[in-house]
Ligand binder design. Structure first.
Ligand code: URA
Length: 209
């Protein structure tokens, strides 16, 4: 089956993992993506934000959350008084999955399936093991399931201070909406959805204090 496990270095820090991840072929997503987008941020981060997978811009630039969803996330972090420079930002899946618009060259985001999320999980767990953050924020359902298990529902447990399963003294987890879901929301719903994201991030910020 798909598994990034064999591509992980046996030792080394984030830099060693980042360069090994660049060569990952643990699932077929590496074939069509431009590059691996590994996590970025402070090595002493106490808060880690986990998205779904890189988007079109992230795939081109090689960094997480630098496109439209990233701009929204930056604003929400600022409103929740979380310093992005003191955070580490990554994704549950490290390659961009997409389909092409019929006839066109526009690349349309496609949600990763459970096999791809499970295959990529060793990278996410390695990042968390190396960073040992106090709080992990799951941005959306894919990150929520990667961190909390397949039956996790963001709609039900968002904004609550949870413990990551299987870790005695592990990090807190706070799940919230994905920034892209807010960008997709109708004009009438967007303001409330954004306020919800900021308020959930505030729960995470409070756990740091
Ligand atoms: N959406 C994500 O989930 N992650 C990114 O890095 C960009 C957009």
């Amino acid at each position: 089956g798909y598994d990034a496990g064999p591509y992980l270095p046996r030792s080394g820090g984030l830099a060693a993992h980042r360069s090994a991840a660049a060569r990952c072929q643990g699932c077929p997503l590496y074939e069509d993506a431009t590059r691996t987008v590994f996590g970025e941020g402070s090595e002493s981060a106490r808060i880690v934000l986990v998205g779904e997978q890189p988007g079109d811009q992230e795939d081109k630039q090689g960094e997480p959350f630098v496109g439209p969803a990233g701009r929204l996330l930056d604003k929400a972090l600022e409103d929740a008084r979380i310093d992005r420079d003191e955070a580490y930002v990554t994704n549950a899946v490290k390659h961009f999955k997409f389909t092409r618009a019929p006839g066109g060259k526009r690349r349309i985001h496609k949600a990763p399936d459970l096999r791809e999320v499970s295959a990529c999980r060793p990278w996410l767990l390695a990042e968390l093991r190396l960073l040992r953050p106090d709080v992990v924020v799951a941005l959306g359902a894919t990150a929520g399931k990667a961190l909390m298990g397949g039956s996790f529902r963001v709609t039900k447990d968002r904004g609550a201070l949870l413990r990551m399963p299987g870790e005695e003294e592990g990090a807190y987890v706070v799940a919230t909406l994905h920034p892209s879901a807010i960008l997709r929301a109708s004009h009438e719903d967007r303001e409330a959805a954004y306020a919800g994201l900021v308020s959930d991030l505030g729960v995470a910020a409070k756990a740091l204090a």
